[in-house]
Design a binder for this molecule. Structure first.
Ligand SMILES: [Zn+2]
Length: 424
């Protein structure tokens, strides 16, 4: 199995550091065992002394600093340990996320017991294995658990986009109106930057809405075909890489003519074929940076072409209007092109998915969202609330598709506009 982490020399080094720091018989209380030998794992343990663990995130091939880490502690039941990071301030605004069930579910520790580069944790008397991470990791295991809920559902097909560089199958989900003649298509990508896991829960929420046994679900399944690439950087997700600013460039700067990643090359081949020049919306989901400013509210990343920005604003106003979930969103918080980090300089390393997608025939709106890791305008981002945000996006997609002018259908489909989508 190529993705076994014990074949990864960097991770083996990290594990070695943990073992070296735990001399047998050096103390009456044995040192806890710390490792990251599981999908998504990432940490380098520098030392363990008494109740203090000194560690850092493993940046690997990242250009510059980034903040993803994910490790497991065993053998610490009943103790309180202090964790101190030596590379910057990689603890988020609600502290670390903690899982007591090997990564299936997570909750934030809270900022009371954490700083920007340290936290302490009191292990329960029966805490055999506790996982800690910057966010709430979401890997192939989580996707598998989600898809299992819908196994046998005729409105969902799990296909393979391509093989990753390391030979892993990269999933392509088709759902909604997959056998009929859809009147619109929605193509969703996530994890162009593999560490941005909270966005994956929003993707689950969108898929839940499309497959739901309710009026909206039935409407989607009658009118709209969805194609979803849940892990664009599949190897990065499973290996626990940062992925953002990966050298020589990351997956979301790989949509020029000489793409270097298997997944982006496959998407460039697939999307024009899959949408066939028909009306299509593309949605690329991300998480922002770690803290402060726009990193703590949900926003769309404004596109440079004025017509795209106008459509993003239309979509944003609808989302603001139809939102029912707990995570706030305001169209006025969207980031126009030319402001803050969203400038031409930011795309000097290469073409992004959105920049490429809006040139594909039939694509009416190519937008991207930034969903914060932990704090959205004062509200807690969790797996659950991020899914609700996905439900909100689905609600907005329906309203938006119902309102797209018939002229768009003429331009993008070449068909008689009487086939426009109407609310039921
Ligand atoms: Zn991103």
């Amino acid at each position: 199995m190529r993705h076994r982490s014990d074949t990864n020399p960097r991770r083996a080094l990290a594990l070695g550091a943990a073992i070296l720091a735990a001399p047998v018989g050096a103390a009456e209380v044995p040192d806890p065992r710390i490792d990251c030998a599981f999908p998504g794992g990432n940490a380098i343990v520098e030392s363990i002394e008494n109740d203090t663990v000194i560690l850092k995130q493993d940046r690997r091939d990242t250009e510059g600093w980034w903040f993803y880490w994910y490790f497991r502690v065993q053998g610490a039941a009943g103790r309180t340990l202090n964790f101190k990071f030596t590379d910057g301030a990689p603890v988020g605004v609600r502290g670390p996320a903690i899982s007591l069930d090997e990564g299936l579910s997570w909750e934030w520790l809270g900022k009371e017991r954490s700083t920007t580069n340290a936290f302490s944790y009191a292990f329960g008397e029966d805490a055999r294995s506790v996982r800690f991470s910057f966010g709430m990791p979401y890997t192939e295991t989580n996707l598998g658990a989600f898809l299992k809920r819908f196994s046998g559902n005729p409105a969902l097909k799990v296909e393979t986009l391509c093989q990753s560089r390391k030979g892993r199958p990269v999933e392509f989900l088709r759902l909604g109106c997959i056998d009929g003649a859809p009147q619109a298509r929605v193509f969703i990508t996530c994890r162009h930057h593999c560490c941005e896991m909270m966005a994956s829960y929003a993707v689950e929420g969108i898929a839940e809405s499309v497959l739901a046994d309710d009026d909206a679900g039935r409407w989607f399944r009658e009118h709209v075909a969805f194609g979803i690439v849940p892990f664009v950087d599949k190897d990065g997700v499973e290996d626990g890489d940062q992925g953002k600013n990966r050298r020589p460039h990351d997956h979301n700067r790989d949509y020029g003519n000489n793409g270097i990643y298997a997944e982006t090359r496959a998407i460039r081949a697939l999307l024009p074929r899959w949408s066939g020049g028909h009306l299509c919306i593309t949605l690329d989901l991300h998480c922002p940076s770690i803290r402060g400013g726009e990193n703590e509210h949900i926003y769309q990343v404004g596109k440079e072409p004025p017509d795209q920005w106008a459509r993003q604003q239309d979509f944003g106003k609808i989302l603001e209007d139809v939102r029912q979930g707990p995570l706030p969103y305001k169209a006025s918080g969207d980031l126009p092109f030319g402001q803050k980090w969203n400038t031409a300089k930011n795309y000097a390393a290469g073409t992004s998915f959105c920049q490429w997608a809006h040139t594909v025939p039939g694509v009416w709106l190519a937008t991207s969202f930034e969903l914060p890791y932990a704090n959205a305008s004062g509200f807690e981002v969790t797996a659950r609330t991020a899914r609700y945000f996905g439900h909100d996006i689905a609600r907005a997609l329906r309203r938006y598709l119902e309102q797209i002018p018939n002229t768009a259908r003429v331009i993008t489909t070449g068909e008689n506009p009487t086939g426009s989508i109407q609310a039921h």
